[in-house]
Design a protein around this ligand. Sequence first.
Ligand SMILES: NC(=O)c1ccc[n+]([C@@H]2O[C@H](COP(=O)([O-])OP(=O)(O)OC[C@H]3O[C@@H](n4cnc5c(N)ncnc54)[C@H](OP(=O)(O)O)[C@@H]3O)[C@@H](O)[C@H]2O)c1
Length: 257
Amino acid sequence: MNWTLVVGGMTQHVALITGAGHRLGAATAQRLMDEGWYVFIHVRSSVEQAEQNLRDAASRNERVCGEILQADLTVDAEVEGLVKSVIQHPLVKANGLAGLVHNASFYSQASFEDTPLETYRLLNRLHMEAPYALSQGCLAPLKQAQGCIIGIVDTSWGRAWEGLAHYTSSKAGLRQLMLNLAGELAPEVRVNCVAPGAIMAADWESEHFTKVLEKVPMGRSGEANDIAGAVHHLLSSPMLSGQVLHVDGGWTANEPQ
Ligand SMILES: NC(=O)c1ccc[n+]([C@@H]2O[C@H](COP(=O)([O-])OP(=O)(O)OC[C@H]3O[C@@H](n4cnc5c(N)ncnc54)[C@H](OP(=O)(O)O)[C@@H]3O)[C@@H](O)[C@H]2O)c1
């Protein structure tokens, strides 16, 4: 394929979004592709859904908008393979990497007593180690594009959440990693977080989700597109770095940390 440096007179923006086969990650990929970005849609298992999303984006935008890269982010060798696929890609060599979105996650609820250390380790790998390795491995193309890294965290920071110690603590680690890198990688690379509130319930939490919504000043859940819009805003705002953008309908403001 002939990869051109410029598209419509502008540098082609390229992004990698992890866990982008469905739900919030897929909406974010769609948004970026519709804004003219070329998106590496990382998946672990949602290949068919990602293929359909790519076909839809191609037909809406009348161009190839991205491609799928598959990896289990809890396996070091697969993270390394993902980094290689990205940094050796001709489009990245030509344009650098303008966006890296750490979105992949696994959300489950179980009491501390019933959660084995292995579950905790897997979440630490997914939420902290993989973002660390991907950010480090992709640093040269991120600098080349004066790019932006975004960690998708959540609103749990600083408070106790029943049955979520394994999840919230690894998200806290991701948040701190991102804020630290915002200082360390400036001025070449910006680093930010998006903290979704109650956006899209997991299958197991519909009852809990309804209770949460009673505490949200906006009185409703958000939509996947709200997260996509926040990510796009951070990616395209050259003075924003070190921010944690809460997309939560005012929930955090109502329950200060
Ligand atoms: N949904 C909400 O309301 C909400 C609220 C607060 C924060 N967030 C955060 O927002 C982000 C997106 O939320 P979501 O609900 O759309 O996420 P999700 O469906 O729970 O997970 C996103 C993707 O992560 C991937 N993933 C899981 N384990 C993986 C592994 N070992 N290796 C590689 N990929 C793996 C899965 O990919 P495959 O499908 O390809 O296997 C999955 O599609 C997450 O970081 C989440 O913590 C969401």
